[in-house]
Design a protein around this ligand. Structure first.
Ligand SMILES: *Cc1c(COP(=O)(O)O)cnc(C)c1O
Length: 425
């Protein structure tokens, strides 16, 4: 494949955009080489600036669960755009999507729309703090909740120490309110709660972790968190930005049968436009301005284009819930066949898969938390990534990202993918 146009576009972009991209993982830093600039996409395929076609396993990092340029979503956006793109007033569309979400996610009475997953998590934590009157939060190493200050915290030496900022610009003052526990480790959470009794507002967790590869919760983990949160009078916040409307209509909480106090959405909820949201029972949500004292606002929140795209997407998922079973089968078969292909080549690996989320780790496994995810062979992953790219298979350009499957994948994309794995050396 030739990437001449992509390469020259990237060189140009670096002049006027830091690093040439508007979000770091797009830059191929962890796999090396120049990022591929895309021109268009349709169904399961991406088409780049040089005209190369790829089977896409990112799907815009999650939103395109029904495939790219899905006709009902595009139609809804066009129809709405003709009537004007933003009014700064309430519109009926906002209530329609709110009611739909309330009907799809059982424990949600009210929802507030924002413009990204980052905003959703940041605002949910403010609400949790305002509601409980407490300041600290517990997060899990390797879980990503967007780029706001409180969440950019890395593990210190021990699980019970205060976090240290993982980016310049995050203050020590902010970092000290974020406590770090180990994913799939209830004991670390429990001792942290005990050591900070009366000070913790919320535990925030990805119910299926998707930002250190795909890491399922071990049996009892989410249930244990629920019990601990209730016992210590702490809100349990599920960050379902990735898993919401992807793993089931009601997200991971429905899949695992655990009810959080607040939930954050993003990605699928916007149908490919910039949307995030946080939601929960009326009792908590009513503390939000203007009905309550916890301030939160947004000029473009609930934007009509974004709401119409999200509404079209969620309506279809709600009408055809079988899609989730089909995607889960697709994921299972893909995981099995990739594993067989890698075994043929004697590549040591571990595949984690939940529904339409999947990750291939080049280590012996099991991969169940951030430390075990880091044990993967990154050099080998780079080689795998570039091999797959050369075969027209677009994987996430990092060993720490989950793949996202879409409903447009078929036998042809499946065979092409498995063949590409078979020729990896
Ligand atoms: C993507 C993601 C976010 C951040 O969403 P943005 O829209 O990129 O700000 C937050 N939490 C999780 C679990 C995510 O996967």
């Amino acid at each position: 494949m030739r990437y001449e146009r992509s390469s020259s576009l990237f060189i140009n972009a670096q002049n006027s955009i830091p690093g040439g991209v508007n979000s770091p993982v797009r830059a191929f830093k962890s796999v090396g080489g120049h990022p591929i600039f895309m021109r268009s996409a349709k169904g399961a395929y991406l088409i780049d600036a040089d005209g190369n076609t790829y089977v896409d396993y990112i799907n815009s990092w999650g939103p395109q669960i029904l495939g790219h340029a899905h006709a009902p979503v595009i139609e809804a956006i066009k129809k709405t755009a003709e009537k004007g793109t933003s009014f700064g007033t309430p519109t009926e569309l906002e209530t329609q999507i709110a009611e739909l979400v309330c009907s799809m996610v059982p424990y949600v009475d009210q929802i507030r729309m924002v413009n990204s997953g980052t905003e959703a998590c940041m605002s949910a934590i403010r609400l949790a703090r305002g509601y409980t009157g407490k300041e600290k939060i517990i997060k899990f190493a390797g879980c990503y909740h967007g780029h706001s200050d409180s969440f950019l915290i890395q593990a210190g030496s021990g699980a019970v120490t205060f976090g240290t900022p993982s980016s310049p610009g995050v203050t020590q003052g902010t970092a000290k309110d974020t406590l770090l526990a180990r994913y799939n480790d209830l004991a670390s959470t429990s001792s942290m709660l005990e050591a900070n009794e009366g000070e913790v507002a919320a535990i925030i967790v990805e119910p299926v972790a998707g930002n250190m590869g795909c890491i399922p919760p071990q049996p009892g983990f989410l249930k244990g968190l629920r019990t601990l949160a209730t016992k210590h009078n702490v809100l349990l916040v599920f960050d379902e930005v990735m898993t919401g409307f992807r793993l089931s209509e009601g997200g991971a909480s429905t899949l695992y049968g655990i009810t959080p106090d607040l939930v954050c959405f993003g990605k699928v909820i916007g149908g490919g436009l910039p949307v995030g949201a946080f939601a929960g029972p009326r009792e908590i949500m009513s503390h939000l301005a203007p009905s309550g004292p916890v301030y939160q606002a947004g000029t473009l929140s609930g934007n009509p284009l974004a709401m119409s795209a999200g509404l079209a997407m969620l309506s279809e998922l709600h009408e055809k819930p079988k899609i989730y079973d089909q995607l889960a089968v697709l994921g299972r078969v893909l995981a099995q066949d990739i594993s067989t292909a890698l075994n043929e080549r004697s590549v040591v690996h571990q595949i984690n898969q939940v529904g339409s989320m999947l990750s291939v780790h080049l280590c012996e496994g099991p991969v169940k938390d951030f430390d075990s995810a880091k044990a993967g062979d990154n050099e080998r992953f780079k080689a795998l990534f570039h091999h797959m790219l050369s075969q027209g298979i677009y994987l996430p350009p990092s060993a720490y990202e989950s793949w996202f499957l879409c409903a447009c994948l078929d036998d042809s994309t499946h065979n092409r993918t498995v063949e590409a794995f078979r020729s990896f050396r």
